[in-house]
Design a protein around this ligand. Structure first.
Ligand code: FAD
Ligand code: DHB
Length: 394
């Protein structure tokens, strides 16, 4: 079999990239290790920047998002018993973020991809690995129903997440990996209860970080910082709700509507960047190339700029025979990646408990107090939170 672009991974990056290419008549085959239900049920991102929302519209899958997503103009920082709002829209010339769950976004992408004549998706593909991408003869090999299959392609997009096969196939002396693992994780709980507040609350507390988020007016998503040795089985719903309330200002805790969890899981926190993002005819996209701690809600939104740059570059190649954008992909994508890695690291550093030394917490409170007293301080949070622009020259 031959296709133009072989895509490894049918998460949001692989699916949306395939749709953006298909609009220009470019054909792709997507290889996914799991089945559709498994990918769709992963409860992860909830906040889309305007850049990601625009890309969904461009890919032709924005209608339900625009109907059901909630637009937010601000966020709240809670610390030292205070509730301080950052009015993102007024600080950024009107930019907003959209609350729309990754589960819903992935469903919309699958509905479109599975009807698209330019896209073939192969689920439950085992042993997927890219080959010969450094020799100009890229192909993807995999096993299905005990048969070995090889798909020849012009280019490979590695959209297979942090644990995928694409990055792992690159010779070690061609890649540099920068990584920080944080000494804590996030325990998340999803429940069919009304959100405690109409905007997200990011809370710094001496017991640890807490986040109040949502999926709709009737579904809430909450997170608390927990130690790396914590097990989800040890957290009953009651224990979670009690700990969450203790980390929030009393007026918020009192309003909290609790209920049974629909899902509970622990995610580790990591900063990771691979350099470069191009290896011959293979490109890394999204979590395959970089991970940020979730504090700034940036992971999926960074995948968005990769998808935008790579789809633009591939379209320029197929339509106009131009290779200059493909040559610049890694450098341009990495610039926005590092900006988000920095913001996510910084926002994590002022909101989480890193150790028991009380001076650390006092310094965090002083920084939050300063940020809220300064328009420049609030603007730096707002500009980064709504998302830095994509490179206008690309
Ligand atoms: P993935 O979603 O990881 O998809 C990769 C796909 O590749 C998967 O379907 C996988 O099964 C498949 N795959 C892997 N290996 C192979 C293989 N060998 N062969 C074939 N297929 C393979 N981001 C935000 O922007 N905003 C948020 O609010 C936000 N909140 C988050 C909260 C949490 C708790 C977590 C954990 C993440 C959050 N993120 C957020 C990050 C976001 O979920 C990820 O950045 C996003 O899923 C990346 O998409 P992706 O398609 O690049 O990778
Ligand atoms: C959500 C996740 C985040 O990482 C974040 O910063 C905000 C919201 C969420 O899952 O709703």
């Amino acid at each position: 079999m031959h296709t133009q672009v072989g895509i490894i991974g049918a998460g949001p990056s692989g699916l949306c990239l395939a749709l953006l290419l298909s609009r220009e008549g470019i054909k792709s085959v997507i290889l996914e290790r799991q089945n559709r239900e498994h990918v769709e049920s992963r409860i992860r991102a909830g906040i889309l920047e305007q850049g990601m929302a625009d890309l969904m519209r461009k890919a032709g899958v924005g209608a339900r998002m625009d109907r059901e997503g909630l637009l937010h103009d601000g966020i709240v920082l809670a610390f030292n018993g205070r509730m301080e709002r950052i009015d993102m829209a007024s600080l950024t010339g009107g930019k907003q973020v959209m609350v729309y769950g990754q589960t819903e976004l992935t469903k919309d992408l699958y509905d479109a991809v599975l009807q698209d004549p330019n896209i073939t998706v192969i689920f439950e593909a085992r042993g997927v690995h890219p080959v010969s991408f450094l020799e100009g003869k890229p192909a993807i090999e995999y096993v299905q129903d005990e048969k070995h299959v090889r798909i020849e392609c012009d280019y490979i997009a590695g959209c297979d997440g942090y644990h995928g096969a694409s990055r792992a196939s690159v010779p070690r002396d061609m890649i540099t990996e920068y990584e920080r693992i944080y000494p804590f994780g996030w325990l998340g709980l999803l429940s069919d209860t009304p959100p405690v507040h109409e905007e997200l609350i990011y809370a710094n507390h001496k017991r640890g970080f807490a986040l109040c988020s949502m999926r709709s007016h009737t579904r809430s998503r909450y997170y608390i910082q927990v130690g790396l040795d914590e097990k989800v089985e040890d957290w009953s719903d009651d224990r979670f709700w009690d700990e969450l309330r203790r980390r929030l200002p009393p007026e918020v805790a009192e309003k909290m509507v609790t209920g049974p969890s629909i899902e509970k899981s622990i995610a580790p926190l990591r900063s990771f960047v691979a350099e470069p993002l191009r290896f011959g005819n293979m490109f890394l996209v999204g979590d395959a190339g970089h991970i940020v701690p979730p504090t700034g809600a940036k992971g999926l939104n960074l995948a968005a700029s990769d998808m935008y740059y790579l789809s633009t570059a591939l379209i320029a190649w197929y339509k106009d025979g131009r290779s200059d954008l493909l040559d610049r992909y890694s450098e341009v994508a990495l610039r926005r990646v590092w900006a988000a890695v920095r913001f996510s690291w910084w926002f994590t550093s002022i909101s989480h408990k890193f150790n028991d030394d009380p001076i650390e917490h006092k310094i965090q409170l002083a920084e939050l107090d300063y940020l809220m007293s300064s328009k420049a301080g609030q603007t730096t949070i707002a500009e980064n939170y709504v998302g830095l622009p994509f490179d206008p020259d690309f």
